[in-house]
Each structure stands twice: as structure tokens, then as C-alpha cells.
Design a protein around this ligand. Structure first.
Ligand code: AQP
Length: 331
């Protein structure tokens, strides 16, 4: 059976982008066809200014939403990254494999460090090094596939490079993983600025649909989405980014093809109405299950405790092998 690993970081309320780009496939496909691990990667939330109480709250909320979306703890391993020490242990070993040049080339580092400097904050060293921690998250489990949205492709590429380099220098230790992306909605764009990604840590705005938004809020956000000049509904990311984003969202919600769907609408208004209905219907059961699960925090704690225990057992042999291969004495 294939081993799959993916994570979500508690830097904000989860969005439609997280759901369509990643979570939905974890639920509908990955947990059924593979030995899958999914993690709330809380250490990654500490790379920028953060409020400790908020990170704690968002971590619990993310785990609850993953279960509400349909992850089944009997089918997959769901856990919190900081509960499994192996991630941090392996991260240091991989830092001794990575170069500062390759980390400085990471797009997310460039964007987020520029943002931090722009608002007068200092840039945390962990913002530079977290892709190595992400590589450790993945490699610790002998992962074959990493189902992620488009924005994470570069980080998985780095993970592959580190695995290959380590294996060549110190002997075969790591499986070399590959990223997989959904066929549509691999990069859901902000509804108010369809040239930028819908991101959970962006300032809350009318362009971001959160999984826990009420149905009427979702509807309003979609109906007010920025569209493009021109009148016909066409699928063209460069020339019609707004309409194309809506078509991708609709295609993902309705399991359709965005180009074919484009031919079914004669006006932007009709398309928006259909997208709003589809998104509301996709999110309704998630919100309802979330409300039920959130009322029982001890159940969530128990799922996460068992998940961490299972994950530890899976990661330890690979991490121990990496320690030994790089020249550390066994404890
Ligand atoms: N807009 C998006 N479209 C498609 N997929 C997306 N993902 C995130 N945003 C979109 C995918 O969701 C998974 C979890 O993301 P993450 O928690 O690792 O954070 P991220 O990739 O940095 O995305 P965010 O939500 O924009 O977080 P912030 O704002 O904190 O940086 C990943 O598989 C990601 O690809």
C-alpha cells in the first residue's frame, strides 16, 4: 500500500482553497487507497508573528474540521505535528543536508519575508528553514505521495532533492516522494483579487470563503466575486482570471470539467449563482458535523492522542536510521 502524508498549518481559519486543493481529496480518495497520515502541522505556524492562544485554538479547530470533512481515524492517522518529536529530530539532520541558497530561493520565503519586513517585523529564522521541517514531516514516514495544492509544489521538490542527496551521501535511507495535485482547483484564487491565492493567513476579506462561514455569508462572497471585463463566460486563466476561478471552483464542487462548464452559462450572474449554490451545498455537511464534533473536545483529544502514538511508531525507525547513517552513535 502506498504511504501518503500531508498537512495543514493552523495559521488561520481553513478556507475553501484548503478544502478543494487538499482536504477533499484526502477524504474522498487518499484515506481509502493508501496508508495515509494527515497532520495539523502546528510548528509551521510559529514562523511568523503569532498569538499562542490562537495557535492552540486553531490547531484544535483544524483537527475538528478535518474530521468533520470526513477523515476517518479508523482509516487514517490524524495527529498534531508537535506531538511527535521525530519531526524536529529529523529536521536538524536534514538542515545538515540542505544549503542556505536553496532555501532562500523558496517562493513562500521570499513573499512572506518581504511581507514581514514591509510591516516592520523581523524575519524569523524558522521562516527560512521551515521547508526543511516540511521535508522531515514527509520523509520520516517513508512517504510515496504528498497530495497538496499547487503552492506547495516547490517545497515537495526540495524534499525530493534532500532525500536524493542524503541517500547518495549516506546510503539509501529515504523514499523519494512525489507531489500530487487535484485536476482542478489546485490553486483557488481570492474572489476579490483573482490574481492572488485564497490564503487563510491573509487579512480576512470578502474574497476568502472560510469553511465555517454561514451559508448566507458564502453566498454573498461568491455573488460579489470580481469578474472580468467582457461578457461571455470563458475558461482562460490569463485573460479571464475571475471567471476562470469561479469555473474551477464549480468544477471541483460538481466533479465537472471547467471548460465544458464554461459553455453552459451565458452570463456571469448565472454562473455566480450556480457557484454559490454548489459551494453552500459542499460546505453544509462539513459545518454541521463540525458543530457536533466541537461539542465533544475529549473525543478530538483522544483521536489526536492515538494518532500521535501511531505516527511515532511509524516515524522512529526511519529517523533512527537517518541518525545512524549520518554518523551519530546509537543511544
Ligand atoms: N488557495 C488554495 N488553493 C488550493 N490549495 C490550497 N492550499 C492552501 N491554499 C490553497 C492547500 O491546502 C493545504 C494546506 O495548506 P497549508 O496549511 O500548508 O498552508 P499554505 O499552503 O501556505 O496555504 P494557506 O492556507 O494560504 O496558508 P497561509 O496563508 O498561512 O500561508 C496545502 O496542500 C495547500 O497546498
Amino acid at each position: 500500500m502506498k504511504r501518503i502524508f500531508s498537512g495543514i498549518k493552523p495559521t488561520g481559519h481553513l478556507t475553501l482553497g484548503n478544502y478543494l486543493g487538499a482536504m477533499r481529496r484526502w477524504v474522498e480518495i487518499d484515506q481509502h487507497r493508501s496508508d495515509a497520515l494527515f497532520s495539523v502541522v502546528d510548528l509551521h505556524a510559529l514562523t511568523v508573528e503569532h498569538d499562542p492562544a490562537r495557535v492552540r485554538r486553531l490547531s484544535r479547530q483544524a483537527a475538528t474540521l478535518l474530521l468533520a470533512a470526513g477523515l476517518d481515524p479508523e482509516r487514517c492517522t490524524l495527529f498534531v505535528q508537535s506531538h511527535v518529536d521525530e519531526h524536529a529530530r529529523l529536521s536538524y539532520i536534514l538542515e545538515c543536508t540542505a544549503t542556505d541558497g536553496e532555501l532562500r530561493r523558496m517562493i513562500q520565503y521570499k513573499e512572506k519575508s518581504a511581507q514581514a519586513r514591509g510591516s516592520g517585523e523581523s524575519v524569523r529564522l524558522s521562516l527560512l528553514t521551515y521547508p526543511v521541517l516540511m521535508a522531515a514531516d514527509i520523509l520520516a514516514y517513508g512517504t510515496d505521495e504528498v497530495p497538496v495544492g499547487d503552492d506547495q509544489a516547490q517545497h515537495v521538490e526540495l524534499t525530493r532533492d534532500l532525500a536524493v542527496r542524503f541517500n547518495q551521501r549516506y546510503g539509501h535511507t529515504f523514499t523519494v516522494p512525489r507531489a500530487t495535485h487535484p485536476p482542478v482547483a489546485a490553486r483557488v484564487m481570492d474572489l476579490q483579487d483573482p490574481t492572488s491565492k485564497m490564503g487563510k493567513s491573509h487579512e480576512a476579506g470578502a474574497g476568502i470563503v472560510y469553511l465555517l462561514d454561514d451559508a448566507d455569508v458564502v453566498r454573498k462572497k461568491v455573488l460579489r466575486a470580481v469578474t472580468d471585463s467582457g461578457r461571455d463566460v470563458a475558461y482562460d486563466r490569463a485573460a479571464r482570471p475571475g471567471v476562470t476561478n469561479l469555473l474551477e471552483i464549480l468544477a471541483a464542487c460538481a466533479d465537472g470539467d471547467p471548460m465544458e462548464l464554461a459553455g453552459s452559462y451565458s452570463s456571469y450572474g448565472a454562473l455566480k449563482k450556480e457557484v454559490a449554490d454548489a459551494v453552500v451545498e459542499v460546505l453544509r455537511p462539513v459545518r454541521e458535523r463540525h458543530a457536533r464534533l466541537a461539542a465533544d473536545p475529549s473525543y478530538i483529544d483522544e483521536v489526536l492522542r492515538k494518532g500521535a502514538e501511531r505516527a511515532r511508531g511509524m516515524a522512529r525507525p526511519t529517523v533512527d536510521a537517518a541518525f545512524s547513517a549520518i554518523g551519530l552513535l546509537p543511544a
